[in-house]
Design a protein around this ligand. Structure first.
Ligand code: BT5
Length: 321
């Protein structure tokens, strides 16, 4: 009910809605409305209440609130259950635990701060309190394990499209899992899958977005390589709005993927990529390759044209310029 109340008041954008209108629309008593308003106030929402005019929403809390996110989402599955935590080692671990206990697809774990945020291959992810979006999403795709990389690419497309729309910044995708502005990283994706006999049981999609970080939130050595949306564009962002935009976009693409396969996602990815058509060095588990990435294979592998003209499919690698 607090979710529907918030939706109603935020749709009116700061205008008064009478207690009577609210109780009619939500089909609850006026006392129940008042109680919900009190509860939301305890969570940091500020309202103005007038005996004659009703209620209006003045301000949402600066921290992330599941009810507020859910009240704004248009999704059917993604983000319909949200666990918000203050500080955790990593949201990935909590999402794994929930998924193993049977949490439904779309369950989202959000933390204000991560103490041991992780990237790939044992690398760390800087996650200071309240400054970014540090989240993990439970997915249950009907997919054979070798195709899991397609989900990283799909997530990157959804993230890139939604962040571009919200910020107007020229954000590009670096294969396989980075989003960059002017060559600096603003967001990374970490996909962890659990499989049974080659079929995926569940996937935890970890997403880190450096939203409102400032230069002194990063260790010095990272400033050469990383940037936040705020540092890149000169203004700060409402994290709730970014999460909502991303989940709405991701669900649409995820449904498209389920219906039409990877081909439409591949075209979108190729259009947003900054990794294609320029020479690169790829460190793969089998050794180092130099060549020119030319596109994606149907499987999601990167197609690299080598010096002798051969086109090789690369499934996993670190990419340097
Ligand atoms: C990634 O790894 O880019 C995946 C990052 C995933 C983070 C999310 S946050 C929610 C969820 N919970 C977790 O514990 N993780 C996921 P990789 O490609 O290995 O890149 C790691 C590298 O990115 C580091 O070595 C740094 O160079 C850089 N980096 C670290 N923190 C950063 C930040 N906040 N912003 C930009 N770059 C960062």
């Amino acid at each position: 009910m607090s979710e529907r109340l918030l939706r109603l008041l935020s749709e009116r954008q700061g205008e008064y809605v009478s207690g009577e209108a609210i109780s009619k629309q939500l089909q609850v008593s006026r006392t129940a409305v008042w109680k919900q308003i009190r509860k939301l106030q305890e969570k940091g929402y500020r309202f103005e209440a007038s005996p004659r005019l009703g209620y209006r929403l003045l301000e949402a809390p600066a921290h992330l609130e599941p009810e507020e996110i859910m009240s704004k989402l248009s999704t059917k599955r993604l983000g319909r259950r949200i666990e918000r935590l203050e500080a955790v080692p990593s949201t990935q671990d909590i999402a794994h635990q929930l998924a193993a206990e049977g949490a439904p697809e779309g369950t989202l774990v959000l933390a204000e701060q991560q103490l041991k945020g992780r990237g790939r291959m044992g690398r760390g992810w800087v996650s200071p309190r309240g400054k970014g979006i540090w989240m993990s999403l439970v997915l249950r795709p009907r997919l054979a394990l070798p195709f899991a990389p397609q989900l990283t690419l799909l997530t990157a497309v959804a993230l890139c499209r939604s962040l571009r729309r919200m910020s107007g910044a020229e954000i590009g995708i670096k294969w396989p899992n980075d989003l960059l502005i002017d060559g600096k990283k603003i967001s990374g994706i970490l996909l962890e899958s659990t499989a049974e006999e080659e079929r995926i049981r569940y996937v935890i999609a970890g997403i880190g977005i450096s939203v409102n970080l400032e230069a002194d939130d990063y260790p010095d050595e990272l400033l050469q390589r990383a940037v936040s949306l705020r540092m890149a564009t000169g203004r700060s962002y409402d994290r709730t709005a970014l999460i909502v935009e991303f989940l709405d976009e991701l669900e649409q693409l995820y449904d498209l993927f389920a219906q039409e396969g990877f081909a439409p996602i591949r075209s979108l990815w190729e259009a947003l990529s900054v990794s294609l058509h320029r020479p690169a060095t790829l460190t793969t588990p089998q050794g180092v390759l130099t060549g020119v990435p030319v596109g994606l294979a149907e499987s999601g592998a990167l197609l690299v044209r080598l010096g002798d003209g051969e086109v090789r499919a690369v499934f996993s690698a670190e990419m340097g310029a």
